[in-house]
Design a protein around this ligand. Structure first.
Ligand SMILES: [Zn+2]
Length: 405
């Protein structure tokens, strides 16, 4: 048992953030077993602000070393910077170096759960799982699948791509409570119908997670229309191939038509919104209120390497800035970086906020002097001046992962 005295800032819902000063958090094994405002404690962290670990719902691990490479157009950026870099993760030593660095940077940025794409090589994915397991990080990880319209050095044989993904699922799905596999067809242009159908068949019959990209860029949408003339829209391509399930996460979803929104709402699939990436690649602005009105679940994501940083407070800041004509509340954006991520992963009963019975995924940040101790003041600081709140300790499932013990 461990008892920490600190100041808690936690989401309760999209409308409410709770601040509990001078609170004592009791951790037993991996779980928060008590929160009180008086009693004994073992560790004094009253100079820190304690947040739930952020949940990054869409990030490309194998692009970590090339994040923020300038080229403000999706398809050119992939060809110029990304495919060449992903190729390097075919080598196990390089893949391990990227993964180790990625997870260390992720926890030191205050993120405790990530939903990850790796390069299209089994070794890159397996190495990422091993690095996550060794550090004690919470993650869903998938090998990116692509069997057409991409450079030869990344193109997979269709059946081999599916078989390797299933093998990785079988190896990692039940191995640790912190880890799971997620099937990862990159996006419709680089995936054949056979690949999408076989992936959907296996994932649906095993209740497994799926992730892909949808409607990020207007040239990409036109290309999908050419490649899949039988489907009525980009969203329909995924629906027609069986990929839209309540365990599907779709990156971006910027330019959707009404019929596509209806299809998504009906499917129960969720959106991962990546405002930093969308700004970086000039992809467009996410229709926040329209998506919300449709009742489609969504959560925030860094989308490194088109996102420039793993720091989720920066993503929160960009979410505010990108909604040029739509004021968002501090509380709803904080919720989208934490509890909403847990909801789209079907883990809201265990992750995403600080509450009794939840997993002890806790991030402590040093509080600067002269800050008013209230929920709104601290949320403003976290959103717009997070560099003044350095991360000093991170726990995942009750174990300290940063700094390494
Ligand atoms: Zn992405």
């Amino acid at each position: 048992m461990l008892r920490l005295k600190t100041n808690i800032l936690t989401p309760v819902s999209a409308q409410e953030t709770r601040f509990i000063p001078q609170a004592i958090i009791t951790i037993e094994k991996d779980v928060i077993s008590g929160i009180s405002t008086n009693g004994d404690y073992d560790i004094d962290l009253t100079q820190s602000l304690c947040l739930p670990g952020f949940i990054d719902t869409h990030v490309h691990l194998s692009q970590h070393f090339v994040r923020g490479r300038h080229c403000p157009h999706l398809l050119d950026w992939l060809n110029l910077h990304i495919f060449q870099e992903e190729r390097r993760s075919r080598d196990a030593a390089y893949a391990r170096q990227v993964a180790t660095c990625f997870f260390a940077d992720m926890v030191s940025a205050g993120t405790t759960t990530a939903v990850i794409y790796t390069a299209p090589f089994a070794v890159a994915c397996n190495t990422a799982f091993e690095a996550a397991e060794s550090l004690g990080v919470r993650a869903l990880i998938g090998k990116t699948m692509m069997d057409q319209n991409c450079p030869d050095y990344l193109r997979e044989n269709t059946l081999k791509s599916v078989e390797e993904s299933i093998e990785l699922y079988r190896r990692w799905h039940d191995k640790s409570p912190l880890l799971d596999y997620i099937f990862t067809p990159r996006f419709a242009p680089t995936c054949s119908s056979v690949l999408m159908e076989k992936t959907a068949d296996f994932a649906s019959s095993h209740d497994a997670f799926i992730q892909t990209h949808l409607s990020e860029n207007t040239d990409e949408i036109a290309w999908v229309k050419e490649l899949f003339p039988a489907s009525s829209s980009y969203t329909a391509v995924y629906a027609d191939h069986g990929l839209l399930t309540p365990r599907t996460l779709l990156g971006h979803c910027i330019h959707l038509q009404d019929a596509e929104l209806a299809l998504l709402a009906q499917s129960g699939s969720a959106i991962t919104h990546c405002p930093d990436s969308n700004f970086f690649l000039k992809s467009g602005a996410f229709p926040w209120r329209i998506i919300e009105k449709q009742g489609i679940p969504f959560a925030l994501a860094s989308d490194v390497g088109a996102g420039t940083t793993l720091a989720m407070p920066h993503v929160m800041q960009m979410a505010h800035y990108r909604q040029e004509f739509t004021p968002l509340s501090l509380e709803e954006v904080f919720y989208r970086a934490t509890l909403a991520g847990a909801e789209i992963l079907h883990q809201a009963d265990t992750l995403g906020s600080i509450a009794v019975g939840k997993q002890a995924d806790l991030v402590f940040r040093t509080l600067p002097n002269g800050v008013e101790h209230s929920a709104s003041s601290l949320l403003s600081l976290l959103t717009y001046r997070a560099n003044e709140l350095p991360v000093n300790q991170v726990y995942i499932a009750g174990k300290k992962v940063h700094p390494r013990p």
